[in-house]
Design a protein around this ligand. Structure first.
Ligand code: ADP
Length: 551
């Protein structure tokens, strides 16, 4: 009976086997890396020599070190050699690779690799296959070529890992797709933009033509000017009227066409409008190409951008020569008519006065009443005719009267007494400083005060307060009349001193012709004074005038 080895013997045997294994591994490594060319291994058939006869050291090292996998197949497709890169790729030890069929490591369709290997024996070929690697499927390129080795034909295959390449390719494709998408989008935007530009250009051309047609065909002359005052554009009518070129009248050239007498007022209004960014409005005469002048009404409004800044003014000059002439004729007629009316009216007034004081026979009370009423009516008529005469005198520049040093306090007190008598339905209050001396015409100044008081009563309800004040103020004398009436808007305030101007107020209708304030303004101006109003619509007004005070 065979004797069983004891424990120590077994240990020794294991130690011996391990030593042999290490020796064999070292030897294989040495051959692989080219440190030795051959290896003698003892086995049952006696010592055997293993060598890589056809590969010299340099190539062996090169193949071992290269980044690609390298395998050799025999004609049965069995792997007879593999470099470490290929085993690393598979994540398997050599002994699990060598001696196996390459098919075993292919993922998916094995028919492809079988076909490639079959073809490669006749001619070099390449193919992409998926290898089942340690971390999943690895896309690889196989470059196969058959070679004559010592022992016969062998197929050498270089295995290139395409993972990074594929990944890059994928990224590239992705980027390419994105690029293509972006390009398409850009193209689309570009097309849209081109379309919009085309449409806008068309619109612009149409609107420019339209604007030109419009501006050249309206009956007014038009212009545009910058916030700094220079004129940048005129319509054709301007050139036709003035007979001048754009070069001659552009920027400030228009001043030469304005009548020299009108230029100071035009400049004052123009510069004021530019300064406050407001509406420019003035009447002046423009010189025509034949040397004659015609009256025009100018009006320009500023155009603002979204930030409220003035971009430019658009102005029109409307020919009002005919209206002016008609107005002059009307003034002339009013002048003559009121003058003609004055004489019979004065006689009428005289007769009524005589009738009033007739004592010889007792006049029945009813007749006395009629005489009184006739007297009031005649006074009103006289007042109206006097106003008409004044207006036509002002128009003709002939309103003149005597001036002297006068006590305004006396004049105001007389006016207050008159107001208390004339307007018993109003609460007349007053505050008058003594000895307010001025240089002027007391009758005319009283006319102004009476007009202000009569307006205060006319434009407010009965039983409201009317306050009359006269006071000294910084070298001036100021007379004011305050009411609690309908008041005035800013727009109305600007116009009430114009001739024949009346506020259109349907809720408060009173008679009048819009002459009183015009005459008052003229009188105060002739006294080197200032007349103005402070007012709030619906709350009341304070009309006042200021005159230089005499010491
Ligand atoms: P009128 O004869 O129409 O009163 P005026 O020249 O005296 O003429 O006044 C011009 C316009 O100014 C009036 O029609 C009226 O609209 C307005 N006005 C004058 N005074 C007052 C006032 N105290 N309150 C409100 N509006 C007034």
């Amino acid at each position: 009976m065979e004797q069983q080895p004891n424990y120590q013997q077994l240990l020794d045997e294991i130690k011996e086997l391990r030593w042999q294994l290490e020796e064999a591994n070292d030897a294989i490594d040495a051959i692989r890396t080219g440190q030795v060319d051959a290896l003698i291994v003892k086995n049952n058939d006696g010592p055997q020599l293993y060598t890589l006869k056809s590969a010299d050291q340099t190539y062996r090292v090169f193949i071992e070190k290269m980044n690609e996998g390298a395998v050799t197949l025999n004609q049965a497709g069995i792997i007879t050699y593999s470099n470490s890169k290929f085993t690393e790729l598979l994540g398997l030890p050599f002994e699990k690779v060598l001696g196996y069929h390459l098919n075993d490591f292919v993922h998916g369709d094995k028919a492809i690799i079988a076909n490639v290997i079959k073809t490669s024996w006749d001619k070099d070929c390449k193919a992409e296959v998926d290898i089942a690697g340690k971390n999943g499927v690895i896309p690889c390129l196989l470059s196969c070529n058959a070679m004559e080795f010592d022992g016969g034909l062998a197929l050498s295959i270089i295995v290139t890992d395409l993972t990074v390449l594929k990944e890059n390719q994928k990224q590239l494709e992705l980027q390419f797709d994105q690029l293509e998408e972006a390009q398409l989008l850009t193209q689309k935007l570009n097309d849209e933009l081109e379309e919009t530009v085309k449409e806008r250009t068309k619109d612009l051309t149409i609107s420019r033509e339209y604007l030109k047609l419009l501006t050249d065909n309206i009956p007014q002359m038009t212009w545009t000017n910058l916030p700094t005052g220079e004129v940048t554009f005129y319509n054709q009518r301007w050139y036709n009227y003035t007979g001048l070129s754009h070069h001659e009248t552009k920027e400030w050239g228009w001043q030469d066409v304005v009548h020299p007498d009108d230029l100071p007022l035009v400049m004052e209004r123009y510069l004021a409008a530019l300064a406050i960014g407001g509406i420019f409005e003035v009447e002046n005469r423009y010189k025509k190409h034949d040397g004659t002048y015609r009256w025009h009404l100018n009006r320009a409004i500023p155009l603002k951008n979204e930030f409220g800044e003035n971009l430019f003014w658009v102005g029109t000059a409307t020919d009002i020569e005919e209206q002016k002439q008609a107005m002059d004729k009307k003034d002339e007629f009013i002048g003559i008519a009121s003058h003609e009316l004055k004489t019979p009216l004065t006689s009428l007034k005289g007769y009524i006065q005589i009738m009033g004081i007739y004592k010889k026979e007792e006049v029945p009370p009813a007749i006395k009443q009629y005489i009184n009423k006739a007297s009031i009516a005649v006074n009103k008529l006289q007042h109206l005719i006097n106003d008409l005469l004044d207006v036509s005198k002002i128009q003709a520049g002939r309103l003149s009267y005597q001036m002297k040093d006068a006590d305004l306090t006396e004049m105001v007190n007389a006016g207050i007494e008159n107001a208390i008598q004339m307007y018993p339905d109003y609460q007349v209050e007053y505050q008058v400083e003594p000895q307010l001396l001025v240089h002027g015409n007391p009758e005319r100044l009283e006319q102004v005060l009476n007009n202000l008081v009569s307006n205060a009563a006319k434009y407010s309800k009965q039983h409201t307060k009317i306050t009359i004040k006269a006071q000294a103020l910084d070298g001036h004398v100021r007379v004011s009349v305050t009411d609690e009436g309908i008041g005035l808007s800013d727009e109305q305030r600007e116009k009430i001193f114009e001739r024949f101007y009346r506020v259109e107020d349907k809720t408060f209708t009173t008679s009048g012709l819009g002459m009183g304030l015009y005459i008052s303004a003229e009188i105060i101006q002739q006294h080197n004074g200032r007349i103005d109003v402070e007012s709030e619509l619906g709350k009341g007004s304070t009309f006042y005038f200021e005159l230089p005070r005499l010491k």
